[in-house]
Design a protein around this ligand. Structure first.
Ligand code: SF4
Length: 66
């Protein structure tokens, strides 16, 4: 299975990859290890700003609210 080339250094993935939260898991399935990996807003942010976004920013660009 193909996965995002930023997986190993992505703060979101590192912080949440063991979560039980279904929404988070869903995002990882669709983005980090799925068909929308190139639509990821975190990836775009990194390219535009030259540094990674905060860990709590979702691949959709929204912030996780705990
Ligand atoms: S959140 Fe985005 S940049 Fe991070 S691993 Fe998933 S697809 Fe890649």
């Amino acid at each position: 299975m193909e996965e995002c080339d930023l997986l190993q250094k992505c703060g979101f993935f590192k912080k949440y990859h063991q979560t039980k939260d279904l929404a988070c898991k869903g995002f990882m399935k669709i983005y980090c290890k799925g068909p929308k990996m190139n639509d990821c807003k975190r990836k775009k942010y990194r390219i535009e700003h030259g540094l990674p976004p905060v860990d709590d920013m979702l691949p959709t660009g929204q912030m996780i609210k705990i």
